[in-house]
Design a protein around this ligand. Structure first.
Ligand code: SAH
Length: 251
């Protein structure tokens, strides 16, 4: 893709907000990569209808900031994440939260999973344009990938945003992480009923709820919840169930 020739606005460069909210600031290289990513997504969007979020401030907040805030509980990046951790983004769509994570942690090994071929094909173009050699794509359904030896209990960290209801997210993600590993489920609002259904699900899947964090986004002040699940026991082999069952009959 010829990304230089496109008339696309600049993303905000808000080092201060990064610093205040994440105790971190992007390097110039990372800021440039964010801008390139934005341009690639906007261009791809013209054909593929990947995301509703196209204005620069909104892209910065809902795609870049939000992706990274999720892996920074209590405003600090998860310890050790920079050192070769295996990370899987389940239902990555146009690459969120996985691509920003992979840009900021070039020594991590990131797998971007999605069941839609056109999204995976698009992401592959992004990865090659941004030369993200630490990142690979995986085409498939979380229900099947979670039963494959190559992937089951293989990851240190799983992230999942805007894929399904919370017990489905838990069923897709917990089988894929190692014992001791962490799952981050990104949510907007959070209700008591969801809390109960999450508790029921994690018990069956070998996890515990380690932390539920509520915060607001820095530009539009929108509400967010991130759920941090620790895997403490092997997930029974009956999970994840066959394709479609988790959504049809949530735990
Ligand atoms: N995480 C992205 C995209 C959310 S849209 C974001 O927050 O912007 C949900 C994505 O999950 C879609 O791209 C869809 O193809 C994918 N998806 C839904 N169910 C899936 C499953 N069972 N396995 C793998 N991917 C799935």
């Amino acid at each position: 893709m010829d990304i230089e020739s496109l008339p696309i606005n600049s993303l905000p460069d808000i080092g201060e907000i990064w610093q205040k909210t994440l105790n971190w600031q992007p390097t110039n290289l990372q800021q440039n990569q964010f801008q390139q990513l934005y341009q690639l997504i906007i261009t791809g969007n013209r054909q593929l209808n990947l995301t509703r979020i196209t204005e620069p401030d909104e892209f910065w907040e809902k795609h870049l900031w939000d992706s990274l805030r999720g892996i920074a509980p209590k405003q600090q990046f998860i310890p050790g994440i920079e050192k070769g951790k295996r990370i899987i983004d389940i239902g990555t769509g146009a690459g969120f939260p996985g691509i920003p994570i992979s840009l900021v942690f070039p020594d991590s090994q990131v797998t971007l999973l999605d069941s839609t071929r056109k999204k995976i094909t698009f992401i592959e173009e992004i990865l090659s344009t941004l030369a993200l050699s630490n990142t690979q794509t995986l085409l498939g359904r979380a229900e099947e990938i979670g039963q494959e030896n190559k992937h089951r209990q293989h990851y240190d960290l799983a992230v999942i945003r805007a894929v399904s209801n919370v017990s489905v997210c838990a069923e897709y993600s917990l089988p894929l992480v190692k014992k001791g590993g962490l799952v981050v489920i990104y949510r907007g609002n959070w209700t008591e009923a969801e809390n109960q259904s999450l508790e029921d699900a994690v018990i069956q899947l070998g996890g515990v709820i380690e932390l539920i964090e509520e915060f607001s986004t820095p530009l539009s002040n929108s509400i967010r919840h991130c759920l941090y699940l620790r895997k403490v026991a092997n997930t029974p082999i009956s999970f994840p169930r066959a394709v479609g069952i988790p959504t049809q009959k949530p735990i």
